[in-house]
Design a protein around this ligand. Structure first.
Ligand code: ATP
Ligand code: MG
Length: 385
């Protein structure tokens, strides 16, 4: 018997006391979802998850998918062998380097195994030194750690190397949010960060077709597809704000275009959240990044959201930090493709930097707010990723 396996360790779940069973179940479901379409089995020996019974050639693909699942602390690719010293040693011999420093670290779940952990380390280490005399033992700062995990069912896992996972909490354990997803760099990163804390997401994108083009939309769909690799799927709602912008343009002060458009976006987002069970709105704003992202601008947007918080996970991030994250999660290349956002349509020469709430409300009063929102809802389309 000799079979490739992947060992998955999880993050903060152990902190959750009585809810632990629930968190573990959601985590397990998310792992299963991530591996949809690949033959495998996931077992749960104490304190970790082991993926087994897959085609060895697909190990990399499985690791790539599992690494993206929030809640995964680390993972290792290993081999399952009989819990027998000769079989274990044969594997250690195969994966160990020929020179440098090493140590063997054994974890013995099966307390019936004739040797204890220290004795196993010593026995295997001694044999290895016999075969590879260029190696040296270093228990404090070894270059290579060779792990042996003796399990209760008569098998042992042998592995070297630990890969970092996405961290965070399992998606689905912290409610659901409505992510305002533009085609820019920031909002996908905002979604990633909130999903990382365990929140499921729906996406909402506004376009001003025909002022904005179809490529803008395809780009947002691609971003939603990339994000769905982390969120275990995502529904994207696509809503036209063309007529809203035309009305603002016709009837309100030019410099208020973005301020007023934002208020419409927020109203639509809150209503759609209520319809879909989302409990908050998530945006990619960062304080002071552009003219509209001032505290006064956010006060004006928040003013129209009545029953839920607006989460802005990037509020304290510099653009360079956001770009770094976008590269890491794989959205950057798509985000920087040229496109027109609806916010660039009828863009005022001098947008309001510090909108005054009373003036904003007054300017808006000439519009048929409810009617325009109804109309925007009638244009809504959805795509599932
Ligand atoms: P991003 O990179 O996310 O586009 P940005 O720096 O371009 O952000 P703004 O254009 O001011 O900033 O948008 C601020 C936030 O408003 C975005 O992060 C996003 O959450 C939301 N938003 C802007 N435009 C749209 C849109 N067309 N559809 C949905 N949400 C949008
Ligand atoms: Mg933008």
């Amino acid at each position: 018997m000799k079979e490739k396996v992947i060992i998955v360790r999880y993050c903060e779940i152990h902190l959750k006391g009585k809810n632990r069973g629930y968190f573990e179940q959601v985590f397990m479901n998310n792992l299963e979802k991530a591996l949809t379409g690949i033959r495998h089995e996931i077992r749960r020996p104490s304190g970790r998850y082991v993926v087994e019974n897959f085609d060895a050639e697909r190990a990399d693909e499985i690791c790539e998918r599992i690494r993206k699942v929030f809640g995964v602390h680390t993972l290792s690719v290993g081999v399952k062998v009989e819990a027998d010293l000769d079989a274990i040693f044969a594997q250690i011999l195969e994966i160990s380097p020929d020179e440098g420093t090493f140590k063997i670290e054994t974890n013995r779940a099966d307390k019936h195994f004739p040797l204890d952990s220290m004795e196993i380390n010593r026995e295997l280490g001694g044999r290895l030194l016999g075969k590879k005399p260029q190696l040296q033992v270093d228990v404090k700062t070894p270059q290579t750690v060779l792990h042996v995990d003796i399990r209760e069912n008569g098998t042992a896992l042998v592995f070297e190397g630990i890969v970092k996972g996405a961290g965070g909490m399992p998606v689905g354990t912290a409610g659901k949010g409505m992510l305002l997803l533009s085609g820019g760099i920031d909002s996908p990163v905002a979604g990633y960060m909130i999903a990382k804390r365990g929140m499921r997401l729906e996406g909402l994108h506004f376009h001003s077709y025909p002022y904005t083009n179809m490529q803008a939309r395809e780009k947002v769909e691609e971003l939603a597809r990339i994000l769905s690799g982390y969120t275990g799927g995502m529904t994207l709602h696509i809503v036209s704000v063309t007529h809203i912008q035309e009305e603002i343009h016709k009837k309100c002060p030019e410099e208020m275009m973005i301020t007023l458009l934002r208020r419409f976006m927020m109203r639509i987002a809150e209503r759609l959240s209520k319809e879909t069970g989302a409990q908050c709105i998530v945006t990619g704003e960062s304080l002071g990044q552009v003219a509209s992202q001032t505290i006064e601008g956010m006060t004006s947007s928040n003013d129209v959201v009545k029953d839920m918080p607006v989460l802005r996970p990037l509020i304290g991030f510099d653009k360079t930090e956001i770009i770094e994250k976008a590269r890491m999660i794989g959205t950057y290349e798509t985000s920087v493709l040229p496109y027109e956002d609806c916010c660039t349509v009828f863009l005022p020469k001098h947008p309001l930097i510090k909108p005054d709430l009373h003036k904003v409300r007054k300017a808006e009063a000439v519009l048929d707010v409810e009617g325009l929102i109804e109309e925007a809802f009638a244009s809504a389309e959805t795509a599932v990723f």
